[in-house]
Structures are given as C-alpha cells and as structure tokens.
Design a protein around this ligand. Structure first.
Ligand SMILES: CC(C)(COP(=O)(O)OP(=O)(O)OC[C@H]1O[C@@H](n2cnc3c(N)ncnc32)[C@H](O)[C@@H]1OP(=O)(O)O)[C@@H](O)C(=O)NCCC(=O)NCCS
Length: 164
C-alpha cells in the first residue's frame, strides 16, 4: 500500500503518531484488553516487522471521515501475523474489517509471506466468521489464554496465503 491509496470509497493509510488519540479511543471501545499508548507507539516507531494501517470512509466530496478502523500486522519473513484489528461500532458490517484484513494479506504476499496466522477469543463470533470467510481455518486451541474474562484462544491460519 502506498500513502493515501484509495479502495472505492475507502481510504487505507499507514497510521501516524498524530492518529494515536483516535486509535486509543477506538481500541478502548472495541477490545476487552485494550492496547496501551506505549504498545501502539512501539508498532509505529520501533518494530521493523510491524505495520499499522487505518481505514477512513471518503464522502462524495472527497472528504475522509475520522479513523473508522485499523489493523496491526507483522510480516516476519515467511509469516504474516495478524496482531490487532478493530472497526468502530457505527461502521461495522460494511466490509471495513474484511478490507483491512485483505490489505494485510496483500502486503504479506508482496513481502513474500506464504502463511498467515492469528489468535482470536473463542467467543468472538464476528471476528471468527470474518476470518473464516477469508479462508482461515482453526488449527489449535490455547486453553484459558486470555484474561478479562479468562477465555480460550483459537489459533487460525491460512496456508497458502491468498487474497480472496
Ligand atoms: C470483528 C470486526 C473487526 C469486524 O469488522 P466489520 O467491519 O464489522 O466486518 P465486515 O463488515 O468486514 O464483516 C465481514 C464478515 O464477517 C462476519 N461478521 C462480521 N461481524 C459479524 C457479526 N457481528 N456477527 C456474525 N458475523 C459477523 C460476516 O460474515 C461478515 O460478512 P457479511 O456482513 O457479508 O455477513 C468488528 O466487529 C470489531 O471491531 N470487533 C471488536 C474488535 C475485535 O473483535 N477485533 C478482532 C480481534 S481478533
């Protein structure tokens, strides 16, 4: 993805330091164990494998909305790791989550990754369905992996990596 690339009425961009407040607000409303500012900053500044991308909607006049969603992923040699994903509640069920994951898969492919992996809470049906719809399959369960609340993690992967 290049800076400012548009996909239809969606604008996908690399996150910047000035986006931190919006990212934190969205993270806090979306995740039971929200990432902290330090964690986001580490992805923005200190992780050579890390990518943090945002999505905005663009109106008919070409004006972008506030950040509607984001994805954090790592491309570690042959492996794409999906680390974090959220879409703001007013914009859910409009394909943004799918667009963000497809973007990560495309970057992974461009960089030579051959497989994609992720962890998801067992109760997170929305995310599980999204990943299954893209071709991820469950490979293992990590019992009581998450806290707040204590819950199993489902490990999912896509091999080979394809952008459906
Ligand atoms: C999971 C999440 C990112 C999905 O984002 P989204 O933009 O609403 O997803 P999309 O509109 O792209 O949905 C794609 C598909 O995923 C599935 N899906 C998404 N939300 C769903 C829900 N609430 N219930 C069931 N299936 C759902 C559907 O198959 C959907 O396709 P459809 O709308 O044609 O039926 C969003 O619900 C979210 O931010 N949740 C809180 C944070 C989170 O759980 N992050 C994932 C951590 S692993």
């Amino acid at each position: 993805m290049t800076q400012g690339q548009q996909a239809g009425s969606l604008l996908l961009q690399p996150a910047e330091v000035q986006d931190l407040d919006q990212l934190l607000r969205l993270e806090q409303e979306s995740c039971p164990l929200p990432w902290t500012s330090t964690m986001f900053e580490a992805e923005l500044r200190g992780n050579p494998f890390g990518h943090l991308s945002t999505v905005r909607l663009v109106d008919a006049a070409g004006r972008p909305s506030e950040i509607a969603g984001y994805i954090c992923f790592w491309v570690v040699f042959e492996e794409l790791r999906l680390m974090n994903l959220a879409v703001a509640s007013p914009w859910r069920r409009q394909g943004l989550g799918m667009a963000l994951v497809r973007h990560a898969l495309s970057v992974g492919l461009e960089k030579g990754a051959g497989r994609a992996v992720l962890e998801v809470r067992g109760s997170n049906e929305a995310a599980r369905k999204l990943y299954e719809g893209l071709g991820f399959v469950q490979t293992a369960v990590r019992t009581k992996y998450y806290t707040n609340p204590i819950e199993d993690a489902l490990l999912m992967e896509m091999v080979p990596l394809l952008v459906g």
